[in-house]
Design a protein around this ligand. Sequence first.
Ligand SMILES: [Mg+2]
Length: 365
Amino acid sequence: MNAVIEEPVATLTQLSQRRRDALAGTLIGTAVGDALGLPMEGLSARRQQKLFPRPLRHRFLGRYGMVSDDTEHAFMVGQALLESSDDILVFQRGLARRLRWWLIALPAGVGYATLRAILKLWLGLSPARSGVVSAGNGPAMRSALLGVYYASDPVRRHQFVRASAEITHRDVRAEVAALAVAEVGAWMAKRAEDLDALWKSLAELSTVTIWTDMVATLRGAMTNQMSVAEFARRVGAKDGVSGYALQSVPVAIYSALSHRNDFAKAMEEAIACGGDTDTVGAITGALVGARVGPTGIPHTWRQGIAEYPCSPAMLGRVAEKLAQHAEGESASGSLRYLWPISLLRNLVFLFVVLAHALRRSLPPY
Ligand SMILES: [Mg+2]
């Protein structure tokens, strides 16, 4: 059985459009999931329901959403790819340099492992040696785009994901989770239907028992049509999904695969699990976005993001440049933007985060 079921007749123009849609859907889907999940990050599923009753909508800044590290890192991966998608060392150095300057702009949310790794980069360690021992989901939140970009090139896909992951994390669980997100991203971008082929390629990512068991759990849950909430409990997320790579990533993958043609449903169920909702939302959004493209993402969710530089428009431009790059057009080189605005933006963001923290200390509990 072929791993990829292509539509019967796809012209070159259709394939090219499909690549554009997949890249834009991945980046914009990341931003939408991140922004929707951000206001409820760290809340239990129960408290989330009380503070943020459905329907799911942007609530970070009034009726608008803003994004966090998940989208910023995916944006940086896109920029580093535009700088070099051929030379893995140039790509890794480019991504490491962006992470260093990203930290200087004082982001309100940065994972502890990522923070320590970036400080090591500033101390002069090479990106191949800066990673710290952590099984967090940092590498996974920036790897969907690599999977989509290298959808037809498994060797490069794995190399680039590993190069991206090792800058910050050097635990095999963080690495395999990042590889898995890329693998599912590639499968989604191809609009494949053969789940058995996907389980096989996921299982082949690592021989570590904790991983092969997880793939079996995913497969069994899908066969039994388990709900996303039930699956989350099954992988130990009883009162919210943690930032542990082998908890948050399987929940995002499961939600994305269960509702792979329905962006809104995948997002609602993933976020309703509570906990690390911005990262789980971002990964779910990236994966379903790769399949349904930007127009498959609810319009109000796309329009409701107030951001700089990671606005849906800018992310769309990165995707367009990446598509040209992949087709060998001479559109290489990363996108320019006004970085001083990021400093001002981060200040506004910090105040909104503090306002949310205050709001959370008040009822209903
Ligand atoms: Mg985040």
